[in-house]
Design a protein around this ligand. Structure first.
Ligand code: PLP
Length: 443
């Protein structure tokens, strides 16, 4: 008799998987930032995750600070979310017909975020912003869209100019393959620059369909919307757009249901309303969901009732809505309190370690969301974000990784926490910080 294990091929390592991936997948990844291009090295391949922990193909364990770039706010393999998905899967994976979960998820979102009377579910944040833009252009009969440098809205042609996230990480000006005609209808302004916006509207207000902004930029690192004379930047955008008959699209794909229970709108949404809002990440609980929504009268322009075509084979998928609903169900005030507390603990610990090692840095946050910039002065614009010491971040990142803490592999990203980042998990991160800070200092 032979031992059954004798013939088993050993599981491939991360390095072997990456090598194979590179021959069949461009750069070996299905989304650019995963390739570790800006921090160097090769990415661990994750085979499983539970709570705040990831396990890679080499048997190593990491504290996860990426959280799938936002969705995993209750931690990985959360029992309630997994059970909801399991139950939904047992009833069929996709119907291509209306199903109850879509109604429940739409009711939950509209109950949380006042300006949203109706939402359409899509399959990604990119689809959400793309559709919101089409709707805004149809509603106004205008073509031009204004965006801010450093704000990322997904890989929509019209919105790739000077975007953050992966575009920032790889220092791309935008993207090849975007036509001149598309680029012509996009105006990019520095974030927070009220004078530039006022000037633009004075000159071209009648051509502008919409301003789109991240409700709080978090794809160039976290930049809280600046106040001026008691008026928040988002409110200023709404007033400027509305005075010219244009719309404001507030992109809450990243901040939605994360920065607070009502997203960034729950933080600065007093006395103003965006016309359209976009969501993703948390509302899918780890499955592919995006959404855009707004006033019923605007949303009524969508097909089949209205002339704006928008559709999706898998939109409102029953597994995805089950995961999203179970995630939002788990996000009560105490969950946000716990994440906010964890963020406070970590922000102080990072700052303390970097200060002790003499590394210039600034920690910025909005609600429970924060990031660390490797430069002395606060960051208000994309140019300022780009002036940080990304090499120092790279050394810091790898020193954390080698001690079992998986930070986002880019200096331009938020650090994502979850309810599973309990004190013992935070202790593991805090223990790793001094060595990483010293590595950052050794330029
Ligand atoms: C603010 C914002 N909008 C849109 C998107 C695009 O979402 P997705 O990656 O699901 O297409 C992202 C993704 O990071 C985002 O952060």
């Amino acid at each position: 008799m032979t031992d059954a294990t004798e013939h088993r091929t050993p599981a491939p390592t991360s390095a072997e998987l990456f090598e194979r991936a590179r021959s069949v997948i461009p750069s070996g990844v299905n989304s650019p930032v995963r390739a570790f291009g800006s921090v160097g090295g090769t990415p661990p391949f994750i085979v499983s995750a539970e709570g705040a922990l990831l396990r890679d193909a080499d048997g190593r364990e990491y504290v996860d600070m990426v959280g799938s770039w936002g969705p995993m706010i209750l931690g990985h393999a959360n029992p309630q979310v997994v059970e909801a998905v399991r139950e939904a899967a047992g009833k069929g994976l996709s119907f291509g017909a209306p199903q109850p979960g879509e109604v429940l998820l739409a009711e939950e979102v509209t109950a949380r975020v006042r300006p949203v009377e109706q939402i359409r579910l899509v399959n990604s944040g990119t689809e959400a912003t793309m559709s919101a833009l089409r709707l805004a252009r149809a509603a106004t009969g205008r073509d031009v869209v204004v965006k801010f440098a450093g704000c990322y809205h997904g890989h929509v042609d019209a919105l790739l100019a000077e975007a953050g996230s992966g575009v920032a990480t790889f220092a791309l000006p935008g993207s090849a393959g975007v036509t001149a005609a598309t680029a012509k209808d996009t105006v990019v302004l520095p974030y927070g620059d009220r004078a530039a916006l006022t000037e633009l509207f004075a000159q071209r207000g009648g051509e502008i369909a919409a301003i789109i902004t991240e409700a709080a930029p978090a794809n160039m690192g976290v930049v809280p919307p600046p106040e001026q004379d008691g008026t928040g930047f988002n409110r200023f955008l709404a007033e400027t757009a509305h005075a010219a008959g244009a719309l404001l699209i507030s992109d809450e794909v990243l901040t939605g249901f994360r920065a607070s229970r009502e997203g960034q709108y729950g933080i600065d949404g007093e006395g103003w309303e965006p016309d359209l809002m976009t969501f993703g990440k948390v509302i899918g609980g780890g499955l592919p969901v995006g959404a855009f929504g707004g006033r019923a009268e605007l949303m009524g322009l969508l097909a089949p009732a209205g002339p704006v075509y928008q559709a999706g084979t898998l939109s409102g998928n029953p597994l995805a809505t089950a995961a999203g609903l179970a995630t939002l169900d788990g996000l009560d005030e105490s969950a946000y309190h716990a994440i906010g507390r964890a963020a406070d603990v970590l922000k102080s610990a990072v700052s303390e370690a970097l200060t002790a090692a003499g590394v210039p840095h600034v920690v910025q946050s909005t609600g429970t969301l924060f990031s660390v910039f490797f430069r002395e002065a606060p960051v208000r614009t994309y140019d300022e974000a780009k002036s940080q010491d990304t090499d120092a971040f790279g050394r810091f990142f790898h020193a954390m990784l080698s001690q079992g803490v998986h930070l986002p592999p880019s200096a331009f990203e938020a650090w994502f926490l979850s309810t599973a980042h309990t004190d013992d998990v935070l202790d593991r991160i805090i223990t790793a910080l001094p060595q990483a800070a010293r590595a950052a200092a050794q330029g």
